[in-house]
Design a protein around this ligand. Structure first.
Ligand code: ADP
Ligand code: ADP
Length: 232
């Protein structure tokens, strides 16, 4: 099954002299249970593609689907609900709430959605991510790697259909990057999630099932079961 797809997606910013063609007719499917890394030079449209897929930005034309639901046909309110209920996010800047504990940060999406926490699922995630003894700490008391693991747990806790990451290892040292990538791998292998990240990190190739390359707003290449050597 397809967890998310873009069909003939075009995204143009501005108009006239300042027109920028961020995406030029991009079509791609993301199979459920796969880990995809989107790579390419700065300005090639990676963030724009992810934002359109995740309903954070509207495509100028084309069709974006999460599962079998087309985002174009939804109202803003429905898109917000879709994002909340079916999508998890991991950002480069972690985006944790400084005044909340790790546990409160992790369960925030569930609390906001007014859903009931699945304690067993929570314990499994926190155990797998090695955060069991960090749950009462605030972000300032955690290392960068720990903060990003909290962000990963937050993305997973609501059992979303798909997790999007925007440079999830962008602010991390090599060891923490490896940890976070292996957690995203585990999200797929152990928690049956679908993961799509935008990254400059060649190490991601060793963890992803597939790497797709964007250049100048177009898909130019894709690799299955890549190794880091393929993307340097
Ligand atoms: P990447 O993530 O690969 O670095 P982006 O998707 O951020 O690429 O950007 C693709 C192109 O679109 C770039 O030329 C960028 O400057 C432009 N762009 C991105 N966001 C905006 C925006 N909000 N307004 C105008 N241009 C934008
Ligand atoms: P990245 O390359 O890591 O995606 P950028 O610095 O290109 O990050 O973009 C950061 C934010 O600024 C994004 O939300 C993007 O949409 C926006 N942005 C990028 N380029 C432009 C631009 N030319 N005009 C306005 N906003 C932009």
């Amino acid at each position: 099954t397809v967890a998310a797809s873009a069909q003939h997606v075009v995204k143009t910013y501005g108009s006239g002299d300042t027109e920028v063609h961020a995406l030029r007719d991009v079509s791609i499917d993301f199979q459920a249970g796969q880990f995809t890394a989107i790579m390419g030079p700065s300005g090639s449209g990676k963030s724009t593609l992810m934002h359109c897929l995740a309903g954070l930005d509207n495509a100028t034309s084309g069709v974006v689907r999460i599962g079998d639901v087309g985002l174009m046909g939804l109202s803003d309110k429905e898109v917000t609900r879709m994002r909340r209920d079916r999508i998890g996010f991991v950002f480069q800047a972690f985006n944790l709430v400084p005044t909340l504990t790790a546990k409160e940060n992790i369960t925030l999406p569930i609390d906001i959605a007014g859903r009931k926490l699945d304690e067993e699922w929570f314990d499994a995630i926190v155990g797998r991510l090695g955060l069991g003894d960090r749950l009462t700490h605030r972000p300032s008391e955690l290392s960068g790697g720990q903060q990003q693991r909290v962000a990963c747990a937050r993305a997973l806790v609501g059992k979303p259909d798909i997790i999007f990451g925007d440079e999830p290892t962008g602010n991390l040292d090599s060891r923490s990057s490896g940890e976070v990538l292996s957690i995203l791998r585990a999200a797929v292998d152990e928690f049956s999630q679908t993961v799509v990240i935008v990254t400059h990190d060649p190490r991601a190739a060793a963890y992803a099932d597939r790497v797709v390359f964007l250049a100048d707003g177009q898909l130019v290449r894709e690799l299955y079961s890549p190794s880091a050597d393929d993307v340097f």
